[in-house]
Design a protein around this ligand. Structure first.
Ligand SMILES: Cc1cc2nc3c(=O)[nH]c(=O)nc-3n(C[C@H](O)[C@H](O)[C@H](O)COP(=O)(O)OP(=O)(O)OC[C@H]3O[C@@H](n4cnc5c(N)ncnc54)[C@H](O)[C@@H]3O)c2cc1C
Length: 497
């Protein structure tokens, strides 16, 4: 493997992966370095999955421009990459008449930002659209859409590999030296040389910027917790239901969002923290989310919750200052040859295809490159038995018996889908890597039934038990054999150790 590249991208979130894919259209040598054991393990795997239209961001901002441009590209991108996408629309609901002026100013901003088909609807129209939602009026945003965010990140990464660029997992960049044309990035696997660098390290982009000699930014992590509701409640809403955004708040307020798989998300909260990796979920926020969501959707019950997760916003503005912080997408004078992407919080998922085009243009301005005639834009995901009509399922099972064995009962995931996930081109083998590719362990029982069976399939595929982790790193699934542990305990008791 050569370790000299035209471009090194630091960070394998949706933004880094979208940039790598865009660059893989050209005859450039590109490497993406990701510190985790898989892509989509940062903020890109833990958000609302909303393709925002651009009504929430100030007119004229970088966010507004890239949000609107990215949203326009999303449907085609998802079709090319075979990623779940649904234009389900969104209503921003005023709980009382007093919030009507807020809806009007949101609508005015949306119109100024170029968002189409906005209208304010009365409570009767809202009831027809969303029979279970309580509200005095709403702003109807029919062009808003949802996507499966981690599937998109994984699909982008697979497309990158298919098109000849490299992705190196478990590769944290710990130091950067050199200048434009001859940078050196230190990773545990060795030194990577690159002419240009793209800093797309999300929550750690300020630290990577410091490695390049740029000290102007600091990221203020702000945690957003979510609850996931059982699919049996998916029918309660038809599209996304948002509140009027809290004034001066760090987010858009607790919203009720369908997922492309038929669950409902409640969240996110907004709590600043000092630790970007502190993605805990708490009982306090669980109660808060259920209480706030119940104002719109009174039928909700705590029993509907199957699990919780949290994502971290990489804010550029500290909580005591508050307010708006724009995306930073700049090559700054202290570090020529480095594109710094800092503060890529929401709507970063939506903006990712547009950010990728902008960064690709910057690279090609510096390194003239030819488009590849053999670039493959289409990618096909593993066929899912549960998504197919009954009459096609039988034919698929006849063709391949592994489709006839259901391993995850809650999500109806077959043995075939899991073994195909294990063979992924990125070489990601943690239990979570298989979960995010197949959905096994994501259902009501959260892996109680299928978790051990997925482990068996990993072992069957040649991965020794002692190598298996939940999420890479040292999150080992097994501590040793029972015999080893017994011997160790005995040695402790007898003082032989
Ligand atoms: C609660 C919440 C809800 C959101 N909802 C939405 C939404 O509905 N719609 C929307 O458009 N946006 C949403 N966003 C924003 C969106 O998720 C982010 O803007 C987007 O995921 C950012 O992607 P990224 O690639 O920049 O960062 P990340 O996904 O964080 O990726 C950065 C990667 O860099 C890696 N890395 C860090 N340091 C190093 C290093 N030294 N070496 C190698 N790798 C490194 C990390 O491991 C990580 O994988 C939301 C965000 C949050 C927190």
């Amino acid at each position: 493997m050569s370790d000299t590249f035209d471009v090194a991208i630091v960070g394998g979130g949706v933004v880094g992966a979208a940039i790598a894919r865009e660059l893989s259209r050209y005859d450039l040598k590109v490497v993406l370095l990701e510190k985790a054991a898989d892509v989509a393990r940062g903020t890109s795997g833990k958000n609302s999955g909303v393709v925002h239209t651009g009504i929430n961001v100030p007119t004229g901002s970088v966010k507004a421009k890239l949000n609107v441009a990215g949203a326009e590209m999303f449907e085609d991108l998802c079709a090319d990459l075979d990623v779940p996408f649904k234009r389900c629309g969104k209503t921003i609901v005023a709980l009382s008449e007093a919030e009507l002026p807020d809806l009007e100013s949101l609508m005015a901003r949306g119109v100024a930002n170029g968002v189409r088909d906005l209208e304010i609807i009365d409570s009767a129209t809202l009831k027809r659209m969303e029979p279970n939602i309580e509200g005095a009026a709403a702003l109807n945003v029919p062009t808003a859409a949802i996507v499966c965010p981690y599937s998109l990140n994984i699909a982008l990464a697979e497309s990158v590999i298919e098109n000849g660029a490299e992705i190196r997992l478990n590769s944290p960049v710990t130091a950067i030296s050199g200048t434009e044309g001859s940078f050196e990035l230190t990773t545990p696997g060795g030194i990577i040389s690159a002419g240009l660098i793209v800093n797309s390290a999300g929550l750690f982009s300020d630290k990577v910027a410091r490695m390049t000699g740029v000290h102007r930014w600091r990221i203020w992590p702000c945690r957003g917790e979510y609850l996931i509701l059982d699919k049996s409640k998916g029918h309660l809403i038809n599209g996304m239901v948002y509140p009027v955004p809290p004034k001066g708040g760090a987010g858009l307020g607790i919203h009720i969002t369908p997922t492309t798989d038929g669950n409902i998300l409640l969240g996110p909260s907004a709590d600043y923290t000092n630790d970007a990796e502190d993605v805990r979920t708490t009982g306090k926020i669980r109660r808060q989310l259920l209480t706030e969501a119940a104002e719109f959707l009174p039928q909700l019950s705590p029993r509907d919750v199957i699990t919780a997760y949290s994502g971290m916003r990489p804010k550029l503005v500290p909580s005591k200052v508050g307010g708006f912080g724009d995306f930073v997408i700049e090559e700054v004078e202290e570090a020529p040859g480095v594109m710094q992407l800092v503060g890529i919080e929401s709507p970063g998922l939506t903006a990712s295809p547009a950010i990728a085009e902008q960064v690709s243009a910057w690279v090609r301005d510096k390194i003239p490159a030819q488009g590849k005639a053999d670039f493959v834009s289409k990618r096909t995901s593993i066929p899912r038995l549960r998504d197919e009509p009954l009459e096609l399922r039988e034919a698929r099972i006849q063709k391949d018996g592994d489709y006839g064995e259901i391993v995850c009962r809650c999500e109806m995931v077959t043995r075939k889908e899991i073994t195909e996930s294990i063979k992924n081109g990125l070489g990601a083998t943690s239990l979570n890597a298989i979960k995010y590719r197949s959905r096994a362990t994501m259902g009501r029982c959260q892996g109680g039934f299928c978790g051990p069976r997925v482990v068996d399939l990993l072992i069957e595929a040649g991965h020794p038990p002692e190598s298996l982790t939940l999420n890479g790193g040292e999150s080992w699934l097994f501590m040793g054999t029972t015999e080893d542990l017994r011997a160790e305990r005995k040695a402790e008791r007898t003082g032989a150790k």
